[in-house]
Design a protein around this ligand. Sequence first.
Ligand code: FDA
Length: 287
Amino acid sequence: MRRLSDRYIAGPELADAIDTVRALNEAGRKATLDVLGEEVATADEALAIRAEYEQAMTAIEDEGVDANVSVKLTGLGLKVDPELCAESVRALVEIAAGHGRFVRIDMEDSSTTAATLDLYRELRAEGHLNVGIVLQAMLRRTLDDVGELVELQPNVRVCKGIYVEPADIAYQGDEAVRFNFVETIAALWEGGAKVAVATHDGALVAKALELIRDRGLGLERYEFQLLLGVREELADELVRGGHTVRIYVPYGRKWYEYSLRRLQENPKLAGYVARDVVRHLREPLSR
Ligand code: FDA
């Protein structure tokens, strides 16, 4: 598991994450740091994750790297103490604002969607502008959520959605999810939002580029986001094309739980990892 995780996780320590971000910055990419840890069982664990984020934000400034942070609400205690969770996110957003940085609230499984969107709206109502949200194209509700959010001129990461969800709330077929992905980014751009296009799916990247070109969108209206270690050649191509690329960099001591959980939750992921390993094993032979 450790060998499998190496490509996708910066390492157990903050210093590993900063080294990874520095290398990404040198290759023309920005980053967003994710402290591994979700579904904590106690308030103390949630506070420990908040403290890790505070250290990460200090290190980003001290080391002068180009990164922001992505947080998971269940890691900050959403299911243990929602008020503590809200207070922690608010505190992190305020620290980030002091540094001119941004906090992205990741989207987790559908049991958290409404609470996540509510907290985002609350923060925006309080006047915080340096916070963004994620919408999942697989969810049937997503276009309605766009309709309700768009007047805020939000900064939205759009992804397919990694959690396995039931058919009554989520599209199950690849094509339906792709279709909704394109509808979602188009509706967000139409409404004036900034969109982070988070996918490794070449067809979706091509479609997003077409929409960007057709609408004449400037760099302030979009960026592309990829996971660490996945489809690096696609990131290269986008950087060469003059687009902003941000890499999602997970790190932390919970790497084992994270990797195992992702694999158990989403069998599709196990397929990617297996294919990737085989490709890497075969590469030296084909050179
Ligand atoms: P798809 O699954 O079709 O993958 C396209 C190709 O990319 C695959 O054929 C494979 O080659 C490669 N690939 C994709 N994922 C891979 C992996 N993990 N390892 C190896 N190869 C892989 N989800 C969520 O529910 N909430 C969130 O907040 C986020 N946040 C987020 C941030 C960023 C920056 C990214 C890129 C993704 C997310 N996701 C997420 C995950 C997202 O929902 C989705 O599960 C993955 O990005 C995979 O879907 P693709 O759009 O890449 O397409």
